[in-house]
Design a protein around this ligand. Sequence first.
Ligand code: DOR
Ligand code: ZN
Length: 489
Amino acid sequence: MTGTLMTSAVTADLVITGGTIVTHETTIRAALAIRDGVIVAIGDEESMPAAKETLNADGMYLLPGAIDVHVHFRDPGYTHKETWETGTAAAAMGGVTTVFDMPNTNPPTGTLEALQQKLALADQQAYVDFGIYGLLGAENIDELQDLAEDGIIGFKCFMGNTFGNLPAPSTGAMLEAFERVAPTGLRVSLHAETASVMAWRYERLRAAGRNDPLAHIAARPAVVAIEAVSRAAILSEWTGTRVHVLHVSSADELRPLREAKQRGVDITCETCPHYLLLNTDDYDRLGSLIRVNPPVREATDSAAIWDGIRDGTVDMIATDHAPHTPEEKCNDNIWKADCGFPGVETQMPLMLTSVNNGQISIHDYVRLTAVSPARAWGLYPRKGALIPGSDADIAIVDMARKTTIRESELHSTSARISPYNGWEVTGLPIHTLVRGRFVMRDRQLVTEARGHGRTVKPLQKMPPARVTNADKTLAAELAKAPAKGRNEL
Ligand code: DOR
Ligand code: ZN
């Protein structure tokens, strides 16, 4: 803290000096001032307003905090795996300032009541900001409108089964749901794997006695993703519903994604570090730990996804943070191992290591983890940007800092198991700020910041929804039914 500044009128809460601010386009050596949780100035150190506190970030980079649009924090219902407290602590330690939580909790987030229950838990415990996904399924089709109006960030549709076994809606139910969601402008995120193909193959493989780790890929070959992505893109194009394809895992699903984008469909997609950094060569070493939906595939798939990242087909990186206990993960019979592993805490060090290795630029990294997610969900530039007026959500990173990932140190305390255990990484978040408040400082969790996290909702910054074929919706056709038929519905 500087004595002279202390004597003048205090106009900022915190000034960060000596760092380099990174955007998706450029880097600027500049100081940054924060007041009331918002960035109020960026410029020469001498031009900064007086501040209550100064942080010296010499040699460090200031990145917009990562927005992880795909986490499973398990609360309510599966708190023996993770809670809002442990999940968001892991996020804070990983430089992640906003998370979007998936609805396969218990109860699933498919009703207003379940949404309120989850919001209350998150509000009390969260270190970082959070969006809540509402479930889009056949059973809760009449709840979609209420959920859309009451504060969800978007919808999640399970086209294929995964943890929680929420039933995949039929294509008919999906079409009607899309017709209803389209006018809201909310994005539907898709677990795009075709349930019927996987169920068929699983039964046949299991009956034949296949229970080795690679049998998991055999039950879910890339064609399940290609088919589901293509079908989802068609429904999105027909109705005008915005969609997001979760966890792209294969080379071949990039084709329907590219084609849909070229046709102007509002479709975005993510991949996860495990599809970039792991492949079939890791199955022997990791055994059932590597089981995840969709599965980690061939090295050629990883290479194609890296290309997709560089050519802009893949819009963002999320983690599919899916904590389970070590006992639930480890089993000699692959079918008995739960799917997924924690990721929210390790994404940034792993991907900054890829930046250091020259795989992507640091600007790409900011685009993939902050700018694109904020834009796709209508949060930009309040989130995902370091400019005056934006929320002061900042990951302050040391690009030269080396460490070894140790699963025993993960903040997902019930799920201390990671495919990256023992990996050397270079590049680490040292401080994390959420709306101007430290939630991690000098690599320590700031436990007093528990409960600081707030929910985020899309701003009215999205272009209005482009609804198509509105005259052909089921609702429009049902309206033509004779009065008696309508009453029977
Ligand atoms: O492997 C997975 N596990 N994939 C998912 O999509 C869901 C997740 C979970 O909830 O455990
Ligand atoms: Zn998931």
